[in-house]
Design a protein around this ligand. Sequence first.
Ligand code: ADP
Length: 560
Amino acid sequence: MPVEPPNDVIAHHQRVEHDLRRKAETAQLLLDAARYLGETLEIERVYDRFHELLADAIQHDGVVVSSFDERESLIRCEYAWVEGEHVDPATLPELKLSTAGGMQSEVIRTGRPLLENDVGGRVAGDEGGTFYDVDREGTVRKLPDTGPTHVQAAMMVPIKDEGRVVGVVQLMSDERTYTEDDLELVEGLVGLMAGAVRMARVQTEHRRAEASEAAAQAVAAEREQAARVLEAVGDGIFYVRRGGIVRFWNRSAELILGLSSEDVRDRPAAEVVPGWEAITDQVAITEGDELPRVVRVPVEVGGQELWLSFVAVGRPEGVVYAFRDLTAERELEQAKSDFIATVSHELRTPMTAVYGAARTLLRPELDLPSEQRTELLEMIATQSERLAQITEEVLLASRLDRGEVTVERDHVDVAELARGTVDAMQSHLGVDVTLDASQSAFATGDRDRIQQILINLLDNAAKFSPRGGGITVSVSQDADHVRLAVADQGVGIAPSEQQAIFEKFYRVDPHLTETPGGTGLGLYICGELAGRMDGKVTVESEPGRGSTFALELPRSRTAE
Ligand code: ADP
């Protein structure tokens, strides 16, 4: 017959079996809990699920999850559920970590869980202890100061992150007491909840980082777009931050002031911006809704004076300057007023002569001898011709500007044309003209316009040879060009002026009294006409020794 094991052995076995079953159940519960908690990444949902799990596993009347901020030594409520109601954690006060009493504080300080089955006794007892009691309206009572509690038992479990206490979970019951097993189970659940909260936080952080990166990208894209627009505008724009450092310098600023963005960015405006002193002195900074006032400032750039019109708009962190180069407009204005002065002067001389001669002829009491009358009439004719010539020049220059002048493509023997023109002008010029144009030289061009250029060059050669000296007209050709040159031994032209004389209205020393009159349009017209015939007018000259102007035209091959 089988031997019955002694009772104590049976009891031991039963205990072990019960223990094992409980452990297995706990393990199963924790596994399920881990999965359940891991399914959400919203912190609020994690707390709700944690509470659901607690409700299934252990009876309680209240649960409070608090976080602990080590730097500020503050305990804040994150989640509270009391007697069947959620309490908004924001309505609960923050608590300072206390060094004495305070059950939560003790858990935080020691990092160990706490199980108290006689909360009332503990807070009333000698070793003391504060206990914060929350009711379902969210009213917090500090015990024992505000009287006895209805809470019977409480479990407090630290929430840890890499060994540091970052919070406490507090579980309370009004009716029952808790066991070490209960505590162990709560510890397990708290561990899982802490992990899930950490994951949720990481996720929230991640989302926040993503959102802020997206926002940063949107701002950057907007800035880039704005910068691109500012780069593309025709006005120079630069930005000087408070403290005087240049932070932005657009393409037009580079072009107008001849300084690259690299040269000036991040450097003090006072050191790098040309004319900075004049700009800050004269340009008022507009603030708010005021209309910016445009100020013209002369600024020296590379030895040349530019006229820039500036506005400056104040921003909280600095000043935006926008400017436009008005040098060309200003030069044009200057040229216009010079032109009016020149033309009026040029017209007045012949007109006074014509008027004087006409009035003399009209006086009945003066019985003029016939040769004197002829002289006066000749003068009227010459001066009228001069008037017509000036008017013609002005009109032609403006038609050239408007692109209204067309030229013929004749087959022209330039040598023959030169011979004819010199013959016709010889007497009128009053200077000796030597001709070197015996051989035919055919060019493509407009016969009348070529002659007009030659007359102009001859006129100038005579006009700027005050001491006389002969003029030589020569025609030559090479493989591609025919060259018609007019050389004089007159005043000559300084190298620095040799390009400018081809500009409209340009005259060397126009204010000197000994300078012969003129509109400054002759060479401009010659150059423009030559260009339209695919040719050009060039000059070689030495001051005091004379000049050689030459018209170069494409050689014509058709009739050769
Ligand atoms: P204008 O003769 O009516 O003044 P132009 O355009 O023909 O105008 O000439 C411009 C300037 O170029 C003249 O004012 C003069 O100073 C200079 N110039 C032109 N031709 C000669 C020349 N043969 N010798 C010296 N200077 C000249």
